[in-house]
Every structure is written in C-alpha cells, then in structure tokens.
Design a protein around this ligand. Structure first.
Ligand SMILES: [Zn+2]
Length: 69
C-alpha cells in the first residue's frame, strides 16, 4: 500500500467535494490534526490526520517538491 505524501501548503482533492461545489483544499496546518481550507469559500475544517489520509483522493498542487528527511 502506498502512503500518500502531503505537506503544508499543498492543495488537495478529497473524496467528497465541499457543499459549495469546490473540491480543492489547501493544507494550512499540520500536526496530529490537519486543518484544510476550501479554496472556493475559505471555509476551514480540522480533521484527524488518519481521517484526512483516508479521505484524501489526490494532491493537486504540491507546495514543495523536497522530501522531508
Ligand atoms: Zn467551500
């Protein structure tokens, strides 16, 4: 199983779009919980990291290409 790599500032697509119709979320905070902000309406949500990884569909825009050591 491939582990999804994501980082602060990445724009990601989730399995379910936000009710506003946008499906592009920016990662604005990383930690035990991840805070993501809808790029369509600026609504932000905080979700557990494991839940985030389960709901993540793909990464649309990577903020950084450098892998973290
Ligand atoms: Zn939205």
């Amino acid at each position: 199983m491939e582990r999804k790599q994501f980082g602060l500032g990445d724009v990601v697509q989730m399995k379910k779009p936000h009710p506003c119709g946008t499906n592009a979320w920016k990662v604005i905070r990383m930690g035990m919980d991840v805070r993501i902000k809808c790029t369509g309406c600026d609504h932000s949500v905080m979700i557990g990291r494991l839940e985030f990884e389960r709901k993540l569909k793909k990464i649309l825009i990577r903020a950084e290409e450098e892998p973290q050591a």
